[in-house]
Structure formats: structure tokens, C-alpha cells
Design a binder for this molecule. Structure first.
Ligand code: ZN
Length: 202
């Protein structure tokens, strides 16, 4: 399986990092070694002093597809989840300045904690609330209506370049409120009012 992530998909997050609004979705990947499941703790790496949380809605691909038309994209997933796209912001800033790929800042061990997946059901994918609490305080709150590229558009776009396979996971981008985590923090993510993950930084 592969993990495909979308960068800069919420205007308010683009603004908080002073980034330009992209012309097309920004795509990057994480390896399977970045996954953390079942509320396993996240071990803060030594190489960074600025690991940021980015809470994101996840979509799991349920069948193989390439060059998927947007109108049919909904047939390629029926489960959603919530995850964190941990980012070493210090490293990302360095490589961005040089125009280098940013995997070093995004693809490290444990950089992709994910919840269990739940049926999408009758949900409107363009109106889902999600949020992240750290130590009981809300730090990020988003609604998928604010995505620059909604889920079906992401699937259509990505599948033009990359064959999507059963079990692939898409991180769909983060709303504003990103910030550093520290050892001892407890991160709890909610999809609407349903707790999805609850883990500690160690
Ligand atoms: Zn992200």
C-alpha cells in the first residue's frame, strides 16, 4: 500500500505558513514505515526541534483505478478516517528554500498516525467537521467544505499519474492551527463528535 498526501488544500493553512496558493494539488508520499496504528505512541525524533501536528481527513481506496473521472471517484472509497501528517517544520523550511523534495520532513518513522477507518455511509464528503485536541485544548478545527480540491477531485487528479490500489490511503490536507508537539502531549482527534484516535507523544 502507499500513502498519498495532499499539501496546501485549505486556504487558511496556506495563509498561516505564508505559502502561495498552488495551481494544482501538491502531492507527496509517505512510506508504510511512517504508519502508527491502534493509538501507538509517537516517539519524538531527536533530529528536529519543531515537529508540527497536521490533522487531516483520510480516505481509504477500495479498488484499483487509474485516470478516474471525478464523477466516478466516489466509487473508489467507502471508508474514511482521521490522521496526523507529522511534519518536521525546521527541515521542511530548509529543503523548501533550496527547492528540494521535502520527504525528509514528512516521511520519517511514525510520521503518519492513523485512526481506524469507519464507513463513509451517507455522509456528504464536502461537509465533514474534524478537529484535534492537545491536552484537552482544541488546536485545529476544519470542515471539508473549505478544501481547495475536494476528495473526489483529488482522487481524479492523483489517478491520472499514479495507479490507485486497494488499501491505499490519502491524507487530504490540513486546516489552519498547525503547531509543535512536545513529549508528554496527548493528541485526541475527532470526526464530528466521534473520537478517532488518542495517543501520546513520548
Ligand atoms: Zn499535511
Amino acid at each position: 500500500m502507499k500513502i498519498i498526501c495532499i499539501g496546501r488544500n485549505y486556504a487558511d493553512h496556506i495563509a498561516e505558513l505564508g505559502n502561495e496558493r498552488p495551481e494544482h494539488p501538491i502531492i507527496f508520499m509517505k512510506p508504510d514505515t511512517s504508519l502508527l496504528k491502534n493509538n501507538e505512541p509517537f516517539y519524538h525524533p531527536d533530529f528536529s526541534n519543531d515537529i508540527h501536528h497536521e490533522v487531516e481527513l483520510l480516505v481509504k481506496i477500495k479498488k484499483e483505478g487509474k485516470s478516474i473521472q471525478q464523477a466516478f471517484a466516489h466509487q473508489y472509497y467507502d471508508e474514511i478516517g482521521l490522521g496526523i501528517d507529522f511534519t518536521a517544520r525546521d527541515w521542511q523550511t530548509k529543503v523548501k528554500e533550496k527547492g528540494h523534495p521535502w520527504e525528509i520532513a514528512k516521511a520519517f518513522n511514525g510520521s503518519a498516525p492513523i485512526s481506524n477507518f469507519i464507513p463513509k455511509g451517507e455522509r456528504d464528503m464536502t461537509n465533514i467537521n474534524f478537529r484535534l485536541n492537545i491536552n484537552g485544548n482544541e488546536v485545529q478545527q476544519g470542515n471539508t467544505s473549505h478544501m481547495l480540491w475536494p476528495v473526489d477531485e483529488i482522487i481524479s487528479y492523483v489517478s491520472q499519474f499514479i495507479l490507485l490500489k486497494t488499501g491505499d490511503i490519502i491524507f487530504t490536507g490540513t486546516p489552519k492551527g498547525v503547531g509543535p508537539v512536545k513529549i508528554g502531549d496527548r493528541l485526541v482527534g475527532y470526526l464530528e463528535d466521534q473520537p478517532m484516535f488518542d495517543f501520546e507523544v513520548k
